[in-house]
Design a protein around this ligand. Structure first.
Ligand code: ATP
Ligand code: LTN
Length: 349
């Protein structure tokens, strides 16, 4: 009879190191359908697909203060974003969920990244140029240096994968350059990360101005759908979304940005390919299409809203955030020690 032989530990193949995934969302307001489709929905999908990957997902509160924030509002938004993450299906067993400012190493490595990057690189960032002109109380220095902090967020954890929306591509490219530059200057220290972009829905556009991105900090409430908007409001906002006058349901971003955006939303939430939707709605009116889409969005948001209210005032939320921060700190503090050593900072041997 064949006997089962157990290999000695030293003979066993060393386990493949886990990969790491990092991403964050700023708590600058309530999250929108753009954040859900472009980011949250992807995180949830990836957590089930990438079983060999450890997830670090955080609430980027240090990024939020690059523009003025009211203290109480910020506090509320931080908690709310955490509850929304969980309500969207992030599993705390698989994901380290934490608040960025609770892991000091982000700010420390952020400063080191500022000392790796050049001012010209920061000034070239499109998001900086867009946001700069909107500031009414003076432009905070951190609004410009923000991509250095984002690079730090990613490099602290040796992230292999960074799932982000299209608007963050330029920041990721800068992160890759900074990692490469640092490695070249001080010896191999950081993993050069890859971006991961959703196939559909990497850029959900404003409902009122479909040439612009749906943004939670837009002044016009009709331009976005909040994940926590009541469902009647959601249906109305979709009904009043700007389209065109030719009445034909077809995906054409250049000529028909409004209807193309609605098709993208429909397809992202149902996984029905856009081509299929075009066939299905060939002889239908915009109004009928919008009514159906209103139901699709309401169906997606209903369970999220239910779960949100289960989490928001629950002490379990704090336990999850504590656990996430503890694990993040462990990895981040080791990395900082390594960086200090490479650069000759402090007394690290
Ligand atoms: P703000 O309006 O304050 O700049 P934001 O919504 O653009 O905020 P975040 O909340 O930090 O920025 O975005 C979190 C994630 O959501 C990022 O990965 C971003 O690319 C993605 N995202 C944001 N808006 C959209 C959108 N309209 N379509 C697709 N993805 C989006
Ligand atoms: N800059 C991003 C939010 C963000 C982020 C990150 C995303 C901050 N740090 C690290 C991915 C990885 C934004 O404005 N959407």
């Amino acid at each position: 009879m064949p006997t089962k032989t157990t290999k000695k530990k030293s003979e066993q193949p060393t386990p493949k190191p886990m990969k790491r995934l990092v991403s964050g969302i700023k708590p600058t307001g309530q999250l929108t359908l753009g954040n859900y489709i472009g980011a949250l929905k992807q995180f949830v999908k990836l957590q089930d697909e990438l079983i060999d990957t450890e997830f670090f997902i955080f609430i980027a509160d240090l990024h939020a203060i690059t523009t003025p924030q009211e203290r109480q509002e910020l506090k509320k938004n931080i908690r709310s974003v955490a509850a929304v993450y969980l309500a969207c299906g992030l599993d705390p067993e698989k994901v380290n969920l934490f608040i960025q400012s609770e892991v000091n190493e982000h700010a420390v490595l952020g400063y080191i990244m500022e000392s790796t990057a050049y001012i010209g690189e920061m000034e070239r960032m499109t998001q900086y140029k867009d946001k700069k002109v909107k500031q009414t109380e003076g432009i905070r220095t951190s609004l410009m240096t923000y991509p250095a902090l984002m690079a730090a967020d990613i490099l602290l954890y040796d992230a292999d994968i960074v799932p982000i929306g299209d608007d963050q591509k330029q920041h990721l490219e800068l992160t890759r350059n900074l990692a490469t530059r640092f490695n070249h200057l001080y010896g191999d220290t950081f993993v050069v990360p890859e971006g991961f972009f959703p196939e559909t829905g990497a850029r959900i556009m404003s409902l009122s101005e479909p040439s612009k991105k749906m943004d939670k900090s837009n002044e016009n409430a009709k331009s976005y759908i909040m994940l926590l908007d009541d469902l009647g409001t959601v249906r109305n906002k979709i009904k009043s979304a700007v389209t065109d006058s030719d009445g034909f349901i077809k995906y054409d971003v250049k000529k028909k940005p409004g209807i193309s955006n609605l098709l993208t939303i429909y397809s992202s939430l149902t996984d029905i390919p856009i081509k299929e939707l075009e066939k299905q709605y060939k002889d239908k009116s915009y109004s009928a299409f919008k009514t159906d889409l209103g139901e699709v969005v309401a169906d997606a948001l209903r369970p999220i809203q239910q779960r949100y209210f289960e989490y928001i005032n629950n002490p379990r939320l704090d336990e999850i955030l504590d656990q996430g921060a503890e694990r993040a700190k462990l990895i981040a503090s080791r990395k900082i020690q390594k960086v200090f050593k490479k650069m000759g900072l402090g007394r690290v041997k």
